[in-house]
Ligand binder design. Structure first.
Ligand SMILES: [Zn+2]
Length: 62
């Protein structure tokens, strides 16, 4: 049995929780948000790299 979760990508604004860039089809941009849409928070590519570096430092200190 196979279940498919349909995620309507255009229904959500994907926003970086650190720099507040919004994901568009062309990449991460500083944009005025459409407040009618629900916002999903994540990391953009550059903040993800920073967060990974921080996690690695924390892990290596233990
Ligand atoms: Zn970011």
């Amino acid at each position: 049995m196979k279940s498919v979760i349909k995620c309507p990508k255009n229904e959500f604004i994907i926003e970086c929780c650190k720099c507040h860039k919004v994901r568009t089809k062309d990449g991460w941009e500083h944009k005025v948000k459409d407040h009618k849409k629900p916002v999903s928070h994540t990391y953009c590519d550059s903040c993800f790299q920073v967060a990974c570096g921080q996690i690695e430092r924390i892990v290596s200190n233990n």
